[in-house]
Design a protein around this ligand. Sequence first.
Ligand code: PNS
Length: 161
Amino acid sequence: MTSRTAVYPGSFDPITNGHIDLVKRSLTIFDEVIVAILVNPKKSPLFSVQERTALAQEVFLGEPRVRVEHFDGLLIDFLRHCDSRIIIRGLRAISDFEMEFQMALTNRKLAPEIETFLMVPGFKYTFLNSTIVKELASFGGQISDFVPPPVERALKEKFVR
Ligand code: PNS
């Protein structure tokens, strides 16, 4: 059997327990998961791409089947570069659906050989996203249930008052 590498793209600004849950679920199906962090010059992320990469790398330090990379340009070009044909995205709630459906169909139009897998995260992560976590952290709210310790530390450093 050939080995299957899946690409999990996103902003990961920063990586949350919801993302980690999805990577772990993906590892039960795919041989390798590449966490692909988008370098988007149009967005102004809280964490630089180097910081986002370093945090994700720290989180998956003990998992040799997870690789963390960054990309710019089209996602399908990155997949071709990695020799992967699988995109993983999380579908938390119906509100995610429209955007994910649009992205999946656009990517399919551009690259018919690439399939998108929309995966459902664990129930306790269905409401979670990086934006909410950043907002909580900015007001000194508790975030330890939502992000792993390195990310919690990094967020606290960003928002020292
Ligand atoms: O975490 P996000 O911000 O929801 O991730 C969005 C992401 C990075 C998956 C998406 O913006 C993307 O793939 N960008 C790369 C540009 C691209 O390929 N666009 C065409 C597909 S819509």
